[in-house]
Design a protein around this ligand. Structure first.
Ligand code: AMP
Ligand code: GLY
Length: 432
C-alpha cells in the first residue's frame, strides 16, 4: 500500500485510535482533517470522540480483542494513545498479525516503562540526565538517603501513571516515600536521583525507528495549583511553542538526547517506532533528560496538534511502515494553549457525576476546541467521569491571544467543583 498516488488512494484509510483521554480526542480531531481518512474507530473513546468518530466498547488494555477488531475491520493503521497497552506488547501482537500500528514494541516501550532501563541507556550513551543510583532493597535505599544531603527524587521503577515520582525535601520525607514504595504487594526497586532545578519542557518526535521528525516543543504544568505548587498530576495545561527551546537548543536536544536514544534502541535493543517524548529540565540553557515517554504527551498533544500544519494520518502511516522521511514539519505561525479543567478532588479521590454545561458556548469561538477526557453521557446529560475532565484548547496569533481565548472559553464552562490553574502560559508570556 502506498499513499503516493493520491487519486487512487484518497479516503482509503480506516484508522483505530486506542485510548479515551484528551490526547486521543485531539488525535481523532486532527486525523479527521486528513483527506486520506475513510473511517475512524476509537477504543474505547469518550463522548468527545463519539461525536466525530465511532467509539468501540473495547478497553485499551484488552489487546487481544483490539487485534481481533483490527483484523475483522481491515484497519489500515492503529494509533496507540496511552502507555499501558504498549507495555503489554500491543504493537508486537499487531505486527505479528501484519497490522500496521504506530507505537513501540514492548521492549522498546521499556524506555518509559522502566526507569532503570532508561537511566542505564542514558548513562551508557552519554545522554545528559540527573546522577542516580538504583536500589533493590529498602535497607540499602534507606542507608543511602541517610548518608546523602536532600533534596532527592525517588522514582518507582514501573509505570505509575505519573505517581511514581516523589520529590523529597528532607530525609524524613525520603524515608516515608521509600517505605511506601519498597514494602507491600506493589513493592519494587527504585531509582534515587539528584534534584535538578530549572525549567521543564516537553520535546516530542515521531520516528519509524531510524528517521526522526521533531514536533514543536511544548511546556506542561505538572502540579495541581498555580505557581507550580501542590502535588503532581497528569498535567494541568500545556502550551506550544515553548520558546525556552530555541532553535539552537532544539538542535542540541536532537543531537545529544533524541538521536542517540533512537540509535541506541535500533542498534542494541529494539527499534523504536512511535513518539519518543523526552521530559527535559532546562538548566542555564542546557538540557537534561528527566524521563522518556514512549507515546504522545497529554495534554501537550492538544496544543501541538492544533498548530500542526500537516496531514497527521499520512505522517503516522509512513512512520508505522518504516518509510518516514526526515524533514522539518510545517507549523502554523501562531501559539496554542490548553487549560485542563479537572474534577473535584483531583489528583486525589475524584468526585464524579457532576453535570457539565457550556461547551457549545466555549466553542462558539472558532479558535477554541474543547477536548474531552474524563466525561461520560448519563441520562442524556454530559457528566464528569474522571480526574482530568476537559482540555480547553485555543489558538491565537501569539501566546497572549491564545491564553486570553482559552480562559474566556474556560469561564463559559461549568461543573460542580471544577478546578483549573489560572497561570497556564504565564511563563511564556513572561518570556515575551
Ligand atoms: P518523571 O515521571 O520522571 O518525568 O517525573 C515527574 C515529574 O517529577 C517531572 O515532570 C518533574 O517535575 C519532577 N522530576 C522528576 N525528576 C526530577 C529531578 N531529577 N529533579 C527535579 N524534578 C524532577
Ligand atoms: N504530560 C505528561 C505526560 O503525558 O506524561
Amino acid at each position: 500500500m502506498t499513499i503516493i498516488n493520491r487519486t487512487q488512494e484518497h479516503y482509503f484509510m480506516k484508522v483505530l485510535v486506542i485510548g479515551s483521554g484528551g490526547r486521543e480526542h485531539a488525535l481523532v480531531w486532527k486525523l479527521r482533517q486528513s483527506p486520506l481518512i475513510k473511517k475512524i474507530y476509537v477504543a474505547p473513546g469518550n463522548p468527545g470522540t463519539a461525536a466525530i468518530a465511532e467509539n468501540v466498547p473495547i478497553a485499551a488494555l484488552d489487546v487481544a480483542r483490539l487485534k481481533d477488531f483490527a483484523v475483522k475491520n481491515s484497519i489500515t493503521l492503529t494509533v496507540v494513545g496511552p502507555e499501558a497497552p504498549l507495555a503489554l506488547g500491543i504493537c508486537d501482537l499487531f505486527r505479528t498479525n501484519r497490522l500496521a500500528i504506530f507505537g513501540p514494541s514492548k521492549k522498546a516501550a521499556s524506555l518509559e516503562a522502566s526507569k532503570v532501563f532508561a537511566k542505564s541507556l542514558m548513562i551508557k550513551y552519554g545522554i545528559p540526565t540527573a546522577d542516580y543510583r538504583t536500589f533493590e532493597t529498602l535497607d540499602d535505599a534507606l542507608r543511602h538517603v541517610k548518608q546523602t544531603k536532600p533534596w532527592f527524587v525517588i522514582k518507582a521503577d514501573g509505570l505509575a501513571a505519573g505517581k511514581g515520582v516523589v520529590i523529597c525535601r528532607t530525609t524524613d520525607e525520603a524515608i516515608t516515600a521509600l517505605n511506601l514504595m519498597m514494602t507491600g504487594p506493589e513493592a519494587g526497586r527504585v531509582v534515587i536521583e539528584e534534584f535538578l532545578e530549572g525549567e521543564e519542557a516537553s520535546f516530542l518526535a515521531i520516528t519509524d525507528g531510524k528517521a526522526i521528525v521533531p514536533l514543536a516543543p511544548a511546556q506542561d504544568h505538572k502540579t495541581i495549583f498555580d505557581g507550580d505548587k501542590g502535588p503532581n498530576t497528569g498535567g494541568m495545561g500545556a502550551y506550544s511553542p515553548a520558546r525556552i527551546v530555541t532553535p539552537a537548543l532544539e538542535q542540541e536536544i536532537m543531537q545529544t538526547i533524541i538521536r542517540p536514544a533512537i540509535n541506541a534502541m535500533h542498534s542494541e535493543y529494539n527499534p523504536f517506532c512511535g513518539v519518543i517524548y523526552a521530559g527535559l529540565m532546562i538548566i542555564n540553557g542546557r538540557p537534561k533528560t528527566l524521563e522518556f515517554n514512549a507515546r504522545f504527551g497529554d495534554p501537550e498533544t492538544q496544543p501541538i496538534l492544533m498548530r500542526l500544519d500537516e496531514d497527521l494520518a499520512g505522517l503516522l502511516l509512513l512512520a508505522a511502515q518504516g518509510r518516514l522521511r526526515e524533514r522539518p514539519l510545517h507549523w502554523k505561525d501562531n501559539a496554542s494553549v490548553c487549560v485542563v479543567m479537572a474534577a473535584e478532588g483531583y489528583p486525589g479521590e475524584v468526585i464524579k457525576g457532576a453535570e457539565i454545561t457550556g461547551i457549545g458556548a466555549a466553542e462558539s469561538d472558532e479558535n477554541v476546541k474543547v477536548f474531552h477526557a474524563g466525561t461520560a453521557m448519563k441520562d442524556g446529560r454530559l457528566v464528569t467521569a474522571g480526574g482530568r475532565v476537559l482540555g480547553v484548547t485555543a489558538q491565537g496569533r501569539d501566546q497572549r491571544a491564545a491564553v486570553d481565548a482559552a480562559y474566556t472559553a474556560v469561564e463559559k464552562i461549568h461543573f460542580k467543583g471544577a478546578q483549573f490553574r489560572r497561570d497556564i502560559g504565564k511563563k511564556a508570556l513572561e518570556r515575551d
